[in-house]
Design a protein around this ligand. Structure first.
Ligand SMILES: *Cc1c(COP(=O)(O)O)cnc(C)c1O
Length: 396
């Protein structure tokens, strides 16, 4: 009697919003399910029509990932040993010679570069970003500029840019420490991934492939290490749905061993790139889950969301929609919307602003005038219906 009364009092003390969200299983919560936590911070959750992007929080962790992190949070463990054990397990799952967990793809670029430039020599690693006696030049194709050059430069790397295969061959010299490849840029460059690997091997220079956003289809997770790249990188917080601040560095055993002391808890260049025990086990749980997910069923679900949004806009005057699948990065069904801005008296900016002013706010991409690019990948529950309805209203 006493306890049930206390329970009743406790539950009635909950805010209405908190009570409502507590009633919804975590994995079914959508942007329209109230979050007392974010409300208390004055933050409004959005419907994510952009996809797995860092600025909107990456992806969302499934219950098994959260559970692993929650359990990890309750014990002290020797962290370097956990990194080694988790890395070994991930390497086995992803058919790579070796692996380590980093705090994101960008940090994997840094510690991977540190490994290539120091070549496993602790004295050289301590010396970075100093260049004395270091093979500090990193060569990349012009079209492979990623915006992540800083992650290499902080190790002392000098980025050398080339265009043709001949230029690449000619640029390699006794100062060359690494060849960098941006996976999603392959169609834009003159040197293919296979040729890039061949050149690296023939000249004895390690190759790194940044495939951060390219974990779909899942076979990509071993495709590039098997192709012969010495280091391959994926974000943990994108398609894999691991912790947002996690990443994978896969590849040659000697290079992974050289990269580990470049990062926290060891001193040196990557000390600021700390990976917690929660991220390590969280990413492992995420990879284990990802390899079991029925990707064909998920693809069908995405197709149905794409069809639903296109259907909602079917009657909109002067508006056409298409199903669109990007090449390499985020290789999944999207919706594109096109219209003549002048004819409709409506700019993409205005449509984007109205979507953002909706409740809950809806974020999509505006790649050009009179165009929207909508990713349905990270939508939950009936969010695609809300997006379709709202677009129909805006274009009415
Ligand atoms: C997202 C991304 C990164 C950065 O990934 P984080 O996990 O946020 O550090 C690096 N390279 C490419 C190509 C990306 O798409």
């Amino acid at each position: 009697m006493k306890t049930s009364r206390r329970r009743l009092l406790q539950s009635s003390a909950l805010l209405p919003a908190a009570a409502a969200s507590a009633a919804v299983p975590a994995q079914d919560r959508t942007a329209s399910t109230p979050s007392s936590l974010y409300a208390s911070l004055g933050i409004k959750p959005v419907i994510n029509g952009v996809g797995v992007v860092t600025v909107l929080g990456g992806s969302l962790m499934p219950p098994e990932v959260v559970q692993a992190m929650e359990e990890a949070a309750r014990y002290f463990i020797p962290l370097p040993e956990l990194q080694k054990k988790v890395g070994a397990r991930l390497a086995e799952l992803l058919q790579a010679p070796a692996c380590m967990v980093t705090c994101g793809a960008a940090s994997a670029i840094s510690v991977g570069t540190a490994a290539c430039l120091s070549q496993g020599d602790p004295a050289k690693l301590r010396q970075l970003p100093g260049r004395d006696g270091i093979r500090y030049e990193v060569i990349q194709q012009r079209s492979h500029r990623s915006g992540y050059e800083h992650q290499m430069e902080l190790c002392g790397a000098k980025i050398v840019t080339v265009e043709t295969r001949q230029e690449l061959e000619n640029a390699i010299n006794e100062r060359t420490g690494m060849l960098f490849f941006l996976n999603k840029a392959e169609p834009l460059g003159q040197v293919s991934a296979e040729d890039f690997v061949k050149i690296g091997k023939a000249r004895g220079i390690p190759t790194m492939n940044d495939a951060a956003s390219d974990a779909t289809p899942k076979e990509n997770l071993w495709k590039y290490t098997k192709m012969g790249f010495d280091l391959v990188i994926f974000s943990g917080g994108k398609a894999l749905r691991g912790p947002q601040a996690s990443g994978l560095l896969l590849g040659r055993k000697d290079l992974i061993e050289a990269a580990q002391p470049a990062m926290s808890p060891y001193g040196g260049i990557g000390r600021g790139m700390k990976v917690g025990k929660e991220e390590m086990v969280g990413l492992l749980a995420a990879v284990e889950r990802y390899l079991k997910v029925d990707h064909a069923a998920e693809w069908k679900l995405l197709e149905s969301r794409v069809a639903s949004i296109r259907q909602a806009l079917a009657g909109a005057k002067g508006v056409t929609t298409e199903r669109h699948i990007p090449v390499i990065a985020n290789e999944l069904p999207h919706v594109t919307v096109h219209w003549d801005e002048a004819a409709r008296g409506l700019t993409a900016q205005q449509v984007g602003d109205r979507l953002l002013a909706s409740d809950p706010p809806i974020q999509v991409q505006r790649p050009a005038k009179g165009q929207l690019l909508i990713s349905v990948w990270m939508m939950r529950g009936n969010e695609h219906e809300i997006v379709g309805r709202r677009l129909k209203e805006i274009f009415r």
